[in-house]
Design a protein around this ligand. Structure first.
Ligand SMILES: Nc1ncnc2c1ncn2[C@@H]1O[C@H](COP(=O)(O)OP(=O)(O)O)[C@@H](O)[C@H]1O
Ligand SMILES: [Mg+2]
Length: 251
């Protein structure tokens, strides 16, 4: 079996603070994983570790059978770059370049790489703007977009690099409730196209709807994982139940 993501005994500390303790999991190609859990449980650190935004303290991460880090030892910088170039990440705060139009935001990274013609890049940016429903905003600046539109631009921008794997870190947490739906619909469309994804989210009904498996993180570990029907319908651990009840009350 070739996995898209293989993580074994991943450990991460910040100084003396142990944030991830022996996290292990696999993600199959085309699988959609929802990651849920309380604030501070290590969800962001885990995603950031996968794309080498964090240096892990120990353990193994393989992406599409390529070793990013093996037993705490990282592969070379060129290899790391090759591996992480196949992955896209979308953050809670959209991180768009304010001085560039929407279309220029999409085209910047591919143009910098200079591996494709300007025309090919333009064709793709038009297609992706259409896909996220923003064809009419190509020449707009981020300041003139709603939060939901900005996040859809950020998703289109990540897709410009034609990633094999997409990671989302609370993509709707910064949005007004009435704007989350339009972003979740785009992510759901990607799931239906079999994009391999890990999505950290507080949107439990979305997780239930879109995920093949749900990871419940607590205190630096994946405390419980399983299909959404099980995690939401019949959680095994008391702490999973407690978390879900608390989230339910907030909604
Ligand atoms: N750069 C950092 N330096 C020190 N501590 C950090 C850093 N990043 C995260 N942490 C700590 O690691 C823990 C897990 O954080 P995080 O992965 O952001 O959790 P989550 O995304 O689940 O809320 C928290 O206690 C947080 O304060
Ligand atoms: Mg986080």
């Amino acid at each position: 079996m070739t996995y898209s993501i293989e993580v074994n005994q991943l450990k991460k500390s910040f100084g003396t603070l142990e944030v991830l303790k022996q996290v292990s999991f696999n993600v199959a190609p085309g699988e959609v994983i929802a990651v849920i859990g309380p604030s501070g449980s290590g969800k962001s650190t885990m995603l950031r570790s996968l794309v080498h935004l964090e240096d892990i303290t120990g353990g193994t991460i393989r992406i599409q059978n390529q070793s990013l880090v093996e037993d705490g030892r990282y592969t070379g910088a060129t290899e790391i770059r090759k591996i992480t170039d196949r992955m896209g990440m979308v953050f809670q705060h959209f991180n768009l370049f304010p001085h560039l139009t929407v279309q220029a935001n999409l085209e910047l990274a591919p143009k910098t790489l200079k591996k494709e013609s300007t025309k090919a890049i333009r064709t793709r940016s038009m297609e992706l703007l259409a896909k996220v429903g923003l064809s009419d905003k190509a020449d707009a600046y981020p300041a003139n977009l709603s939060g939901g539109q900005k996040q859809r631009v950020a998703i289109a921008r990540a897709l410009m690099m034609q990633p094999d794997i997409l990671l989302f870190d609370e993509p709707t947490s910064a949005l007004d409730p009435e704007l989350t739906g339009e972003v979740l619909r785009v992510i759901k469309k990607l799931a239906q196209e079999n994009m391999t994804m890990m999505i950290v989210t507080h949107e439990m009904s979305f997780a239930r709807d879109v995920a093949d498996r749900v990871f419940f993180m607590d205190n630096g570990e994946i405390a419980e994982e399983g299909p959404p029907e099980q995690i939401f319908g019949a959680p095994k651990l008391a702490r999973t139940k407690t978390f879900l009840q608390r989230v339910d009350m907030e909604e």
